[in-house]
Design a protein around this ligand. Structure first.
Ligand SMILES: [Zn+2]
Length: 943
């Protein structure tokens, strides 16, 4: 990966497959199971004579911009032993000099047009694929040409100069260092089992640091020439474009790229079959909790998809969803032996998928936890699923399709490119979702429960099994013999009985009498285009219709107070309040029954308590707005507190305590707290036994009732695709009916100062792989204004550009520093700057000096105008983009009514941005640094 933004390697994580995987499947014209799926005609696909594939999609989800991707059917599995890490190395080189963009030309060009490295500009390298992308480039004719020229250069024209190669070695080593932790070391030990010692096991994309340090220039150039070639490349342009016009440009520009003569065969690494279960257990000094992952590999057909394959993946998705629901239900019982478990069926390697059962046991309960989860799976294998479960899952899948269809024009660029990648790399069809849904409905109408059982038996195969354990020193760890014994016992256990489920026919508010209220006044705000309703119980609701995102409704309820009004001893309980409420269900229903009551509905309403406020936030599709408002009503009138749920949370808390014991990142967090606020600061407590002791179920109830007892102290905002006439009766029924009183609260200043105005400290920690972590921060009083806040933010982003150039690119000293600066308005008006990074322990002093030097340069007026221009251009561009989404209108209302200004008025944003000068930045830094409080904390490895 080229910068920060963590994109996971799908093959390595057992992502529980969700019904969203369905979109990746295809559709058809007839129900003939051999017919191909109906294709989405809105995505244009073509292949040039040199073998390069292109995809074009016109969408105005974000207006006047387009995103550019190159998808390469190349990855670390193609590396020879002496090339480990070169695929990933090339990814970095794609941003370090190409034929038409020398040096940092790509970054500089794009940043000048308001794009941000690591956000709009990024890349990743995996075992079998490599993707580089630049997103949201403005669609002026010149910039469309520029975007295409970058893709063109990536395809065949990286410069790969000696100097740039040498400069990047350090960056990649630091990338390796910053990702190297207990979890990564365990993965490296277990990966052989996961991939049956095939080549995958030796090809972690980051590679070997010895090779990264020492490879010869020619080795990298040869690898590029051998594999990065037109017949293994696709480009995709997605955005506000004229498809025909861009296609012409592509033909003209890309046809000139020569195909490679006598290309090497793009082989697929196959994982050998195994009859006997593969097993391994790994431990690490820094990992103190266990986990178990049991997988079963299946071949993945790479041929074109048919109705039969759609049905197969539909059944598999239904199975994993229903199994997950059962296991989730079990995990919510205090007597459960596991904290959580996941069931999934997802991609494992290019040519395999895996049915995966992953278990997080309670402390020292590996055997019982594994047995318990495996028993649930075998219960389903033996008896299948109940009629009620199947009906619910069909209802849920049906509403999933309906929602997707209603939002099909609102798909993000990243979602669209995912479909394109799956199509290019593994032949997954990009279906016309409406036609796919027609087929799905036909499949559902003739589906027999027996077919589901057959599909599950096929998933739970007895070949190609593998089991990996994260063990803990001193625990009773699950050995291979233990695991095989448990599997055999469970599979032959005659006492397993069918799952019973009689839930049905209930609704969220059945049995609750609601006394409807009334809207007493309705006031238009012509400037915002919104309406404010005053209800007869005193509640105010601000509403604005918005359909930039179709079929989407959001609600916010905000109230002042938060934890600032609580006693210090109540803070640990307040900390867990959100989790306990989530595990408690709502109204008359437990957390496990609630999803059953809500089958087919897409609506939620959650609560949270933060430092200075408490809030309710709701979300729904248009047709389920009523359900969302019912949930909001119940959050105030009939909240549910479930002691079982609380006990389950407390077991998770205990486990978290154990998990953080040896974890280096957690030790750093605690050391920071102690260094800045002291050992026993009642407002900044460590997460330890005393903290846990102070968490109480009764206190959580009291705090909740205290914070949410008066809805009139909340101000409500509703924005989305719901018409006023449809909303009004719902407000009268569910919001005007909430009992209220006249008490209005405010927050209190509960800010906690650092122990001293200047803290400078080195902290030594024991660690397996040595790294240093630097934490630098400044803080000072500063008057709040919109302009000052924007100046502070600008400073942070300009420093980020400086540090990328110096700490990362020039020094090769860190993978990246995270820098931010800002101005707070409450509880106190203060400005702050902070810079955090991981690095090679030997380079700490040099790098810290650079951090200060760059800040001092700005204070002295030595400011690079281009950095300021890049930053401000980015703000203007992002603001324009935000306006294409409903969420902007929500901010518009909340800022107007809570903060007192109109975001749409250019004097509150655009005019300020256009007025900010280097002098403003210099003055800010000078004023700010005078008598500023600061800390510089450096973590170093203990030898
Ligand atoms: Zn990288």
């Amino acid at each position: 990966m080229i910068k920060q933004q963590v994109k996971t390697i799908a093959f390595l994580l057992f992502i529980v497959s969700t019904i969203t995987n369905l979109l990746a499947q295809e559709v058809v014209k007839s129900v003939d199971s051999n017919s191909l799926l109906p294709i989405d005609q809105s995505i244009k696909k073509g292949v040039l004579p040199n073998g390069l594939t292109y995809y074009l999609k016109s969408t105005d989800i974000t207006k006047d911009v387009a995103s550019y991707y190159i998808i390469q059917n190349v990855g670390s599995v193609l590396e020879n032993d002496d090339q480990q890490g070169l695929a990933h190395f090339l990814e970095h080189m794609a941003f370090n000099g190409t034929k038409n963009f020398e040096g940092k030309g790509i970054l500089n060009t794009m940043q000048k047009h308001g794009l941000v490295f690591g956000k709009d500009i990024n890349a990743y390298t995996s075992f079998d694929e490599t993707v580089y992308n630049i997103n949201n480039i403005p669609t002026t004719p010149e910039l469309i040409d520029t975007g295409l020229l970058v893709l063109h250069d990536w395809s065949n024209y990286l410069l790969l100069t000696d100097e740039e190669i040498d400069a990047e070695r350090g960056v990649i080593k630091e990338e390796w260092r910053t990702r190297q932790n207990g979890g990564m070391r365990i993965l490296q030990k277990n990966i052989g089992t996961m991939f049956n010692d095939s080549k995958y096991a030796q090809r972690m994309p980051i590679g070997l640091m010895d090779i990264v340090d020492n490879f010869e220039y020619k080795a990298l150039r040869d690898f590029y020439h051998d594999w990065y070639r037109t017949d293994l490349q696709a480009i995709a342009i997605i955005g506000d474009i004229d498809v025909n016009q861009v296609e012409k440009k592509i033909k003209a520009l890309f046809s000139k790229i020569p195909a490679v003569n006598n290309p090497k065969e793009r082989f697929v690494v196959n994982i050998p079959d195994n009859d006997v279960m593969l097993y391994s257990m790994a431990m690490d000094e820094e990992v103190s909790t266990s986990s178990i992952s049991f997988g079963i590999r299946h071949p993945k057909p790479l041929k074109e998809e048919t109705v039969a394959s759609l049905k197969e993946s539909l059944l598999n998705n239904m199975i994993t969803s229903m199994l997950s629901a059962r296991i989730n239900e079990l995990s919510r019982k205090p007597e459960a032996t596991f904290l959580g478990a996941g069931i999934g069926y997802s991609d494992h390697s290019r040519s395999t998928k895996a049915f995966n059962i992953s278990v997080s046991p309670k402390p020292n309960q590996q055997h019982a936890a594994f047995k318990s989860v495996l028993t649930e799976v075998n219960r389903a294998v033996k008896f299948g699923f109940s009629k009620a479960e199947i009906e619910r899952i069909i209802t849920n899948f049906t509403s999933y399709y309906e929602n997707q269809i209603s939002k099909k024009d609102d798909m993000s660029h990243s979602r669209i490119v995912q479909l394109i990648q799956d199509n290019y790399l593994t032949n997954v069809a990009i279906t016309d979702i409406e036609k796919e849904f027609e087929i799905v409905k036909r499949i559902f109408s003739t589906l027999k429960s027996d077919e589901i059982n057959v599909a599950l038996k096929k998933l739970y195969a007895d070949k190609n099994r593998f089991l990996t354990v994260t063990g803990v020193k001193g625990n009773n760890n699950l050995t291979k013999e233990d695991a095989l014994n448990i599997i055999s016992k469970v599979e032959n256990d005659a006492s397993i009985e069918a799952y019973t489920d009689e839930f049905g026919g209930k609704t969220l508010i059945s049995g609750i009498t609601i006394k409807k209220g009334a809207i007493t006044s309705e006031e238009e705000n012509k400037i915002l285009g919104s309406t404010t309703f005053t209800l007869d119980n005193g509640i105010k609701v601000h509403y604005k219709y918005a359909n930039k995102n179709a079929n989407d409704v959001k609600l916010m309820g905000l109230s002042k107070g938060g934890t600032s009004l609580l006693k210090d001893t109540d803070l640990p309980s307040a900390n867990l309040l959100g989790n306990v409420i989530q595990y408690s269900g709502l109204g008359d229903y437990s957390a496990t029954d609630l999803p059953k009551v809500l089958a087919g509905k897409t609506a939620s309403a959650s609560v949270s308590v933060s430092n200075l406020s408490e809030s309710v936030s709701g979300s729904s599709v248009t047709k389920d707005t009523e359900t969302m408002l019912q949930m909001v009503y119940l959050r105030f009138v009939k909240p549910r507190f479930d002691e079982n749920g609380f006990n389950v949370i407390m077991q998770n808390v205990e486990n978290y305590k154990i998990r953080r014991k040896e974890n280096v990142a957690e030790k750093m967090k605690d050391s920071m707290t102690v260094t800045l606020y002291g050992n026993n600061n009642p407002k900044r407590r460590l997460f330890n036994d005393d903290f846990i002791k102070d968490i109480s179920f009764d206190k959580i109830k009291v705090i909740y009732n205290d914070r949410f007892s008066n809805a009139a102290d909340f101000e409500f905002f509703i924005v989305g695709d719901i018409q006023k006439d449809a909303l009004k009766p719902l407000l009268e029924k569910y919001i005007a009916s909430i009992p209220t009183n006249d008490i209005k609260e405010n927050w209190k200043n509960n800010s906690t100062p650092w122990l001293s105005g200047k803290i400078d400290k080195d902290i030594y920690l024991k660690m397996e792989d040595p790294k240093s972590s630097v934490r630098i921060s400044y803080k000072n009083d500063y008057e709040y204004s919109l302009k000052n806040a924007l100046i502070a933010r600008t400073l942070g982003d300009m420093l980020d550009l400086r540090y990328t150039e110096t700490l990362r690119e020039e020094e090769g000293g860190t993978y990246g520093a995270s820098t931010s600066a800002g101005l707070s308005k409450r509880p106190l008006q203060k400005a702050s700057i902070s810079v955090n990074f991981d690095c090679n322990p030997e380079k700490v002093e040099t790098l810290i000096a650079i951090v200060h030097e760059e800040i001092n340069k700005i204070a002295q007026g030595n400011i690079i105008q281009v950095d300021l221009d890049k930053t401000l251009t980015n703000y203007l561009k992002e603001r324009k983009q935000q306006k294409d989404y409903n969420s902007y209108d929500m901010s518009l209302l909340t800022r107007f009514y809570r903060e007192g200004y109109n975001m749409n008025d250019s004097k509150n944003f655009e005019d300020i941005i256009n007025s900010i000068t280097t002098k403003d930045i210099q003055n800010f830094v000078k004023t700010f640094l005078k008598d500023a409080k600061s800390y510089e904390i450096v973590f170093k490895p203990k030898v």
